[in-house]
Ligand binder design. Structure first.
Ligand code: MG
Length: 251
């Protein structure tokens, strides 16, 4: 699905948590979300502004739902930090073809190991992940304190994981899959020119997005370290920041 606009950018790739929805479990600002849906409808009709698609660590079913809320009917969205592409034009899910049966077995083993180590402490695993393990605990400080231990457990078994902490989750992702490999697949399948794309993110896991596109921006609530990669930091938080960034990109 080739998409080209009369403006400077053809595509904006947006993170979800901390950008389109609150990082916490608070309700989503649906009136602001509907403005992004309107933006996308106009992009499809007039080709005068970039389409907005999604790139998230969330399970792909959550990303698919968000993609439908923002009326992205054309451009693949990325879930599970690059594991999945969902093609909304043909309703197709596509796992990264470099993920083998052996990788899936290692993920399953890691899930079992981490469950046995931390289940009694109240650590749960985010449901709906196919090739990654994401840990959650209501006390983010506790979760942060076990990151070194989680890394050690996985690394000493020589399992191919990258362990990273977002605001409230520990992500254990396959080492060779990340948001950049997902975006690369998106570009390959759409033919969109990377230099005519922008991305929006709020944590260091979005550095993979920043390094893949022509322009990167953050909402005000972003981690200070990722703001160093941004060409623009909105004075507004979360989705209000995204709406502000979209208006800046279109000028
Ligand atoms: Mg985020």
């Amino acid at each position: 699905m080739k998409f080209h606009t009369t403006g400077k950018y053809d595509l904006v790739i947006c993170d979800i948590d901390g950008c389109l929805s609150p990082e916490s479990h608070a309700p989503i600002n649906e009136s602001a979300l509907s403005k992004i849906a309107e933006h996308n409808r106009k992009a499809v009709q007039k080709h005068d502004r970039p389409m907005v698609t999604l790139c998230s660590g969330r399970p792909i079913s959550f990303v698919e739902a968000m993609s439908r809320f923002i009326h992205n009917t054309l451009i693949p969205c990325i879930g599970e930090n690059g594991v999945w592409l969902y093609h909304p034009d043909v309703n197709a899910f596509e796992m990264d073809p470099t993920i083998t049966g052996e990788h899936l077995e290692v993920v399953h083993e890691a899930s079992k190991l981490l469950r046995s180590k931390y289940h009694a402490e109240g650590v749960t695993q985010q449901p709906g992940k196919s090739a990654a393990v994401t840990l959650y605990h209501p006390n983010a400080e506790y979760l942060r304190s076990i990151v070194p231990d989680v890394k050690e457990e996985l690394f000493r078994r020589d399992w191919p994981f990258r362990v990273s902490m977002t605001w409230f989750y520990i992500n254990c992702d396959l080492h060779h899959v990340n948001k950049a490999t997902g975006i690369k697949r998106l570009f390959a399948s759409t033919g969109i020119d990377p230099s005519r794309t922008a991305a929006i993110g709020d944590t260091m896991s979005d550095k993979f997005m920043a390094d893949s596109v022509g322009f990167f921006a953050c909402p005000a609530n972003a981690e200070s370290e990722i703001k160093n990669s941004a060409g623009y930091v909105s004075p507004f938080e979360e989705i209000e920041g995204v709406i502000d960034i979209l208006s800046q990109l279109n000028e």
